[in-house]
Write a protein that binds this ligand. Structure first.
Ligand code: 4NP
Length: 157
């Protein structure tokens, strides 16, 4: 299964989500391809935010080598599932994807954890280390739910 995590800059939230889900999928024996992208492209080519990297490393997850890239229309055909960190990211994905947009593939990242609540992962970009820790914990919880919800679909792929 191919999964794409998407936020605005691809330097704070989606790199954490990529790192955590990759770690959990590997530990669960799932051969998933998990990547991330950002809708605004402002940080193309950059490594994740230093606080995202630091918090992940404290949990044994190294995201330092990830490189930010912009979400593109072709991603709709490349991935089976596209998780948007927030509602504004969904609108951006719709704008970029145009006729390729798929309600089956694109969903809010917190939908499996909090169904029907339309909740966002808060953007920690202007925040403190505490905000990044809270974002990490929320993403970690949501990734557990995603593993539980989708593992049976793809034990072998
Ligand atoms: P992210 O956070 O979407 O979680 O990577 C942001 C990082 C940078 C910007 C916005 C959000 N920015 O506008 O530069």
């Amino acid at each position: 299964m191919n999964i794409l995590m998407v936020c605005l800059g691809n330097i704070c939230r989606s790199p954490i989500a990529e790192g955590i889900l990759k770690d959990k999928a590997a530990k669960a024996g799932l051969n998933w391809r998990i990547e991330s992208a950002g809708t605004n492209g402002f940080h193309n080519g950059e490594h994740p935010h230093q606080l995202s990297t630091k918090i992940c490393l404290q949990k044994g997850i190294d995201i330092s080598k990830q490189i930010s890239r912009q979400f593109v229309k072709k991603d709709l055909s490349e991935y089976d599932l596209i998780f948007a960190m927030a509602n504004d990211v969904i609108f951006d994905i719709q704008r970029i994807a145009q006729d390729e947009y798929s309600e089956q593939k694109v969903q809010l990242f917190l939908e499996p954890l909090y169904p029907g609540k339309l909740q966002n992962v808060p953007d920690p970009w202007y925040g403190t280390e505490k905000d990044f820790v809270e974002v990490y914990d929320l993403i970690d919880k949501a990734c557990d739910t995603i593993i539980n919800q989708y593992a049976h679909l793809s034990k072998s792929n």
